[in-house]
Design a protein around this ligand. Sequence first.
Ligand code: SAM
Length: 242
Amino acid sequence: MSENRGTLYGIGVGPGDPDLITIKAVKAMAEVDVIFTASSSKNSFSLAVEIAQPHLPQEVEVVVLPFPMTKDKEVMGKAWNENADTIAAVLDQGKNAAFLTLGDPLTYSTFGYIAQCMQKSYPDYPMVTISGITSFQAAAARINTPLVEGEETLMITSGAYGGAHVRRVAEGAENVVLLKAYKNVDDIAEALSESNLLDHSCAVKKCGREGEEVIWNVGDLKEIKPDYWTLIIAKQNNELRR
Ligand SMILES: C[S@@+](CC[C@H](N)C(=O)[O-])C[C@H]1O[C@@H](n2cnc3c(N)ncnc32)[C@H](O)[C@@H]1O
């Protein structure tokens, strides 16, 4: 059986514009029998599939796997393992499968959990990860500004808990990317200000997608109330204001 086993492709579909999906990803998607993607248990809508749609074979089966939105490690671990079992059962039938994620599949991505579960429970199953263009690479391109240059450092972190990570580490980094910059935006702006980065920051919302917006003054986020698809770029050596 094992010689007939299918391959799992972990594919990043990029930040939103279907033209930013790599040729390698498009070729792999053309070869697969089943497309897996993640949703929260409450919501079966998958943005990754919507973005990849122009490149998917017409008859391909799409399976949305539940990833419960909880901090309970036991509940999460159980769901990840069950999802890995579901994928393995498809590969056992000799079918190739792809797991689609937004941006890059190994950068703050559900595929990271799936890859680790597969490596642990199904170490002999063939798996190929195809990197994707991250949201922050696309955002840097959107504002035509380098993310990092020369000997500088770049800190990539989550803004889900407000400015905590900025306060802890930003002092040593010339450049900061904050993903998940949609909650506690007052605190994020405050932390950027404490690090003298507020006037050197901008936010990009829904980069490459309908509703895209560049918010040149991060302090304005308080009024704008950004949605989940918002990130912030801050650069010590570059005033990003326009
Ligand atoms: C779970 S992370 C996924 C990151 C993704 N794997 C990547 O490589 O960019 C979700 C966060 O990525 C950022 N993000 C993803 N797509 C975006 C887009 N099109 N525009 C702006 N931010 C985006 C937002 O900060 C969002 O809260």
